[in-house]
Design a protein around this ligand. Structure first.
Ligand code: P6P
Length: 339
C-alpha cells in the first residue's frame, strides 16, 4: 500500500476533533504547532553530527551562527511554534526555571491551554548518535482566560491532562500521542515532511520480558527495587527476562510499549525523589501508558494522582506493562511496608 493511502497526522487531528464536544479547533492548532516544531527539531537533530564534521569555530558553526546546545535550540523552536499561533497562554519547560507567560498583548492570553515540555530529553545521547525525544503535556488553564497565567495552571495532577505525547528522533522520527481516546503513532516521511499513521491504537502487552533500569546505581536502590531486579535475574524457565537500557526515556518507553516491558527510575540514596520530573516527563508518559493499557506509579501510588508542589519536582517512576509494574510494586510494598 502506498504511503499516500495512510492517513496523515494532519487529517487525523482534524478527524479526531469531533471527539471533543464544542471543540473550537484550538487543540487541533496546538497539536499542529507541535507537529511543525518536531519537524524543525528533527532536522537539527539529524544534522548535529554533520555540524561537528564540517567543524565549527569556537562555539560558532561554519556559517558563523552561534552554536547552540541542541536542547536549548529545541526549546526555542517549540516555544516559538507554540507562541506564534496564540494557542497557549503559558509554557513550562525543563530548560526554563520559571514558566513562560505568552505575550498577553496578543490573543494568546485568551487561549485556554498550557503546555509543559521536555524539549530534548536524553540530549547527552546526541554525541553518540543514540535516539532522543521531546515530551509534552497539555492542560486547560485553571485561572480565568484573559488574565495572566499563574503557577497553579501548571501545578495540576496528571489526571487533568487534556493530551500528552512524545516525539522520538530515532532510526525514524515518530510522534506518539493521546487525547484520552487511546494512543496512536505517526511516522515521519522525511522526503515529504509528512507524518503518516503507522501505529494505530498502540497497546502495552499485559506482561513482557524486558526490564529497563540503570543497574549501575544498584547499590543505591531501595531494597524493593533490588529484590525485583534479583527476581528478574533468577534462573527459572518461565522468566526469560532481558535487560535493555538506552539512557533515553522516550526510546526505552517506546520499545517497551511495542515489545512489552517495564522502565524504572527509582529513588536512590543520592536522589531520594528519583531523577525524572513529574510534570513534563512522568505525567505525560503515565497518561500514554494508562491509555495503552499499561500502569505507571512511583512504586506505591499512581503517578497521575500525585499533587504537584513545584514546577521541576522529581518523583520515582515505575512504568510499563501492567503485570510487570504490579510485580515490582509487590516487592516495594513487601520491602517498605511503611511507605
Ligand atoms: P541515567 C535522560 O537524561 C533521562 O532524563 C532519561 O531520558 C533517561 O532514561 C535517564 O535520564 C537516564 O538517566 O541516570 O541512567 O543516566
Amino acid at each position: 500500500m502506498s504511503e499516500q493511502s495512510f492517513q496523515t497526522l494532519g487529517e487525523f487531528i482534524i478527524d479526531k476533533q469531533e471527539d471533543f464536544l464544542y471543540s473550537t479547533g484550538e487543540l487541533s492548532r496546538l497539536l499542529s504547532a507541535i507537529r511543525l516544531a518536531s519537524k524543525v527539531v528533527n532536522r537539527q537533530v539529524n544534522k548535529a553530527g554533520i555540524a561537528d564534521i564540517i567543524g565549527k569555530v569556537g562555539n560558532q558553526n561554519i556559517q558563523g551562527e552561534e552554536q547552540q546546545k541542541l536542547d536549548v535550540l529545541a526549546n526555542e523552536i517549540f516555544i516559538e511554534a507554540l507562541s506564534q499561533r496564540e494557542v497557549v497562554c503559558g509554557i513550562a519547560s525543563e530548560e526554563n526555571d520559571d514558566f513562560i507567560e505568552i505575550n498577553t498583548h496578543s490573543n494568546a492570553h485568551l487561549s485556554k491551554y498550557v503546555v509543559l515540555i521536555d524539549p530534548l530529553d536524553g540530549s547527552s545521547n546526541i554525541d553518540v548518535n543514540v535516539s532522543v525525544g521531546t515530551i509534552f503535556s497539555i492542560y486547560r488553564r485553571v485561572s480565568e482566560p484573559g488574565t495572566p497565567v499563574v503557577l497553579e495552571d501548571f501545578l495540576q495532577k496528571g489526571v487533568n491532562q487534556i493530551a500528552a505525547g512524545y516525539v522520538v528522533y530515532g532510526s525514524s522520527t515518530m510522534i506518539v500521542y493521546t487525547t484520552g481516546n487511546g494512543v496512536n503513532g505517526f511516522t515521519l516521511d522525511p522526503s515529504l515532511g509528512t507524518y503518516y499513521l503507522s501505529h494505530p491504537n498502540m497497546q502495552f502487552s499485559r506482561t513482557g520480558n524486558i526490564y529497563s533500569i540503570n543497574e549501575g546505581n544498584y547499590v543505591h536502590f531501595p531494597q524493593g527495587v533490588k529484590d525485583y531486579i534479583k527476581f528478574c535475574q533468577k534462573e527459572e524457565e518461565d522468566r526469560p527476562y532481558t535487560s535493555r537500557y538506552i539512557g533515553s526515556l522516550v526510546s526505552d518507553f517506546h520499545r517497551n510499549m511495542i515489545k512489552g516491558g517495564i522502565y524504572i527510575y527509582p529513588s536512590t540514596s543520592q536522589s531520594p525523589t528519583g531523577k525524572l520530573r513529574l510534570l513534563y516527563e512522568c505525567n505525560p508518559m503515565a497518561f500514554l501508558a494508562e491509555q495503552a493499557g499499561g500502569k505507571c506509579t512511583d512504586g506505591f501510588q499512581r503517578i497521575m494522582e500525585i499533587e504537584p508542589t513545584e514546577l521541576h519536582q522529581r518523583v520515582p517512576f515505575f512504568c510499563g506493562s501492567y503485570d510487570m509494574v504490579e510485580k515490582a510494586e509487590e516487592f516495594m510494598k513487601n520491602a517498605h511496608p511503611q511507605s
